[in-house]
Each structure stands twice: as structure tokens, then as C-alpha cells.
Design a protein around this ligand. Structure first.
Ligand code: R2B
Ligand code: URA
Length: 297
């Protein structure tokens, strides 16, 4: 089948890319011609539909947009797969848990951005994670997303063959986020590698799942090796997110707060209200970034 679009000048993946979002002409109407004329569109994705609705309402307030934030409608309410909210130049989309879930959403989102003629999009994954040697509540801005072997790559099986894609993220966006974190109170942040696993329990070295095939010492040894490889947190979507955005020339960043320090335990026992405050940290940081880029602060 012919590709939807092949505008892949300078793109190392030109043989199979179908949507080079950054180079499409036209505009994502409101973002380039509306009240935020100087800005580009921003997309924020995160696991939970509720959290992404809260983020949409939060960004509505932060951008001081007209209307009532409580009235924001899910523009994908016809499907149970994900929720999507459009708030001025910001799209807030949920992606569920794990690589297969986010990868389906990203295929559809990237096609949507292409057909909406968006350009210069910056996309953020905002989420939660387990910290590796960091106190709970630390925001990790991902340098490289790495797999369970600490390799900065994502393996996609296509027609029975493994395709390896790089998982490097946009360095400038990461540095800018780190800089902005220092301007905000109570958002302790670091740049580091993020390990993406295909399982929350054994895959992340947890001893408290239904199955466990290793000892506490083996778990700690693995976490130590991860730490030596620059891993600062563990979650479940960053490699495919980084790989797909990179192939499609989307500037991307991963910003996840740690809910616990995995050297100290496996269960997330922090009180609910504290967890809620932690989960707002990536949202505040990304909102600050967006406001800076829109010239609002
Ligand atoms: C972080 O939290 C979820 C697992 O609880 C997963 O989606 C992730 O990446
Ligand atoms: N999400 C994860 O994937 N792991 C954790 O430890 C916490 C949140």
C-alpha cells in the first residue's frame, strides 16, 4: 500500500515512515492562527483517562482560556480505548498501560496530527514510575529510554522479523524542562535514563507479585546494575513512545514522577493525597513549559 505521506528529507527511516508530522504543511488550525498564534501544538499523553481529564482542566485554567474547565468533553468518548481532550493548542490523551496499549494510540494520534496538518508539535508523556535510588516524588526527565537490558532501543517484530529502533529523546526539550523545574517550588527533578519493562511485577524485579522467581539479593543486584547504567526510574511505555516519535520526527519528552524508591521496597504505601500531589508534579512542569512557549510567562 502506498504511504500516506513521504516527506522524509534527512530522515534515516525514510523507507517505512508514513507520517512525518514535523514537516507537513498547513497548521493545526487553532494553534497557529488562533489566539496563541506564535505557538505550536502540544500533545500530552499519560496512562490514566482520569488523570488526562484533570490535566486538560488544569491546562485550561493555566492558559486562562474562556469557558468552564469542567465542561471539557472527551472527543473520543465513542471508544473505550482512550480519552482525548483538546484545550486550546494542547491535546491531552490517555494511553493505558504498557507498550501495546500506547503504541496503538500513538499510531492513531500521529495519523490524526498528520491529517490535521499539525507542524512543530512537541509531545510529552507525563506519568508515574518507580525510582531507582531516588526519593519518592522526584521528577525524572528522560535522557534515553532503555529496555530491560539497559539498551537504548525498542524492538518491534514486523512480519516475523525484529526491527530495532532508537529511543533517544529530544535533548533540548529535556534540558529546558530541567531548567524550568528549578524555577518552580517543590519539583525536585533530574535527567536520567528510564527503563521500560513489559511487566510491573517480575519484569520490574518486584518480590510481591503472584509469581516471583528470584531472591531479594538478586532483585537488588539487578537494580544496582540498572543504576550503574544510568537508570533513574522504571515505567512501562517510554521505549515505544520514544522510538515512534523519533521515527515520525516528533519532538518528544518523557516526564515521570517516582512514587517510591525501589531499593527500599515494592509496594506503593504512600498516602493517597501525597501520591496525588506527586502526580501533579509532571503536569505542573509541562504546563510551565507550555506557558513559556506560548509567551504567557
Ligand atoms: C507507570 O505506571 C503504570 C503501572 O502501574 C504503567 O503504565 C507505567 O508506565
Ligand atoms: N509505575 C511503574 O511502572 N512502576 C512503578 O514502580 C511505579 C509506577
Amino acid at each position: 500500500m502506498a504511504p500516506i505521506l513521504l516527506n522524509s528529507m534527512g530522515n534515516e527511516h525514510s523507507d517505512y515512515i508514513q507520517s512525518d508530522v514535523s514537516k507537513t504543511g498547513g497548521v493545526c488550525e487553532e494553534s497557529s492562527s488562533g489566539q496563541h498564534g506564535r505557538g505550536h501544538p502540544f500533545v500530552c499523553v499519560g496512562g490514566s483517562p482520569n488523570r488526562m481529564r484533570s490535566f486538560a482542566q488544569f491546562i485550561h485554567e493555566q492558559l486562562e482560556l474562556p469557558g468552564n474547565a469542567a465542561d471539557i468533553r472527551d472527543i473520543c468518548e465513542g471508544t473505550d480505548r482512550y480519552s482525548m481532550y483538546k484545550v486550546g493548542p494542547v491535546l491531552s490523551v490517555s494511553h493505558g498501560m504498557g507498550v501495546p496499549s500506547i503504541s496503538i494510540m500513538l499510531h492513531e494520534l500521529i495519523k490524526l496530527l498528520y491529517h490535521a496538518r499539525c507542524r512543530d508539535v512537541i509531545i510529552f508523556r507525563i506519568g508515574t514510575s518507580g525510582g531507582v535510588g531516588l526519593p519518592a516524588g522526584t521528577v525524572v526527565i528522560t535522557d534515553k529510554a532503555v529496555d530491560s537490558f539497559f539498551r537504548p532501543q525498542f524492538e518491534q517484530v514486523v512480519l516475523g522479523k525484529v526491527i530495532i529502533r532508537s529511543t533517544e529523546l529530544d535533548e533540548d526539550v529535556a534540558q529546558e524542562l530541567l531548567q524550568y523545574s528549578s524555577e518552580l517550588p517543590d519539583i525536585p527533578s533530574v535527567i536520567g535514563n528510564t527503563m521500560c519493562t513489559h511487566d510491573f511485577y517480575e519484569g520490574q524485579g518486584r518480590l510481591d507479585g503472584a509469581l516471583c522467581s528470584f531472591s531479594t539479593e538478586e532483585k537488588l543486584e539487578y537494580l544496582r546494575k540498572a543504576s550503574e547504567a544510568g537508570v533513574r526510574n522504571i515505567e512501562m511505555e517510554s521505549t515505544v513512545f520514544a522510538a515512534m516519535c523519533r521515527v515520525c520526527n516528533l519532538k518528544a519528552a518523557v516526564v515521570c514522577v517516582t512514587l517510591l524508591n525501589r531499593f527500599e521496597g515494592d509496594q506503593i504505601s504512600t498516602p493517597h493525597n501525597v501520591l496525588l500531589e506527586y502526580q501533579q508534579r509532571p503536569q505542573c512542569l509541562v504546563a510551565h513549559f507550555i506557558k513559556k512557549h506560548l509567551g504567557l510567562i
